[in-house]
Design a protein around this ligand. Structure first.
Ligand SMILES: [Zn+2]
Length: 115
């Protein structure tokens, strides 16, 4: 993979990472506000808690994938499939820079979840 392509993807990943970190901060701030509110307000907030958790978990998981991709860039093995070691297609990386598997292995993993 050409260096300038990696540099472009790295910039993209870092931008996404900042967006997600901001989102997580806002989610955490909302949760803290829930605890400060009076009891009626708090009951309502707690109903939203599951939604907030889901959003937070999603953002946390995505953040982890992005951080892992940045580490792979630093280690010099970015764009290589974790399963078969083949290069991941650049179109696939352009669409999902934190893809860890080539399309074949990703499809394989989807067909056999948990293995
Ligand atoms: Zn593969």
């Amino acid at each position: 993979m050409p260096d300038d392509t990696v540099a472009t993807l790295r910039a993209e990943l870092e931008a996404q990472k900042r967006v997600l970190e901001d989102r997580l901060e806002r989610i955490k701030a909302n949760v803290r506000r829930g605890f400060d509110a009076d009891s009626a307000e708090m009951a309502r907030e707690l109903e939203n808690q599951e939604v907030v958790d889901a959003l937070g978990n999603e953002a946390t998981a995505e953040l982890a994938r992005i951080s892992a991709a940045l580490l792979r860039i630093d280690a010099g093995d970015f764009g290589v499939c974790l399963d078969c070691g083949d290069p991941i297609a650049s179109e696939r990386l352009a669409a999902a820079p934190y893809a860890e598997r080539c399309i074949d292995c990703a499809n394989e993993a989807e067909r056999a979840p948990g293995s």
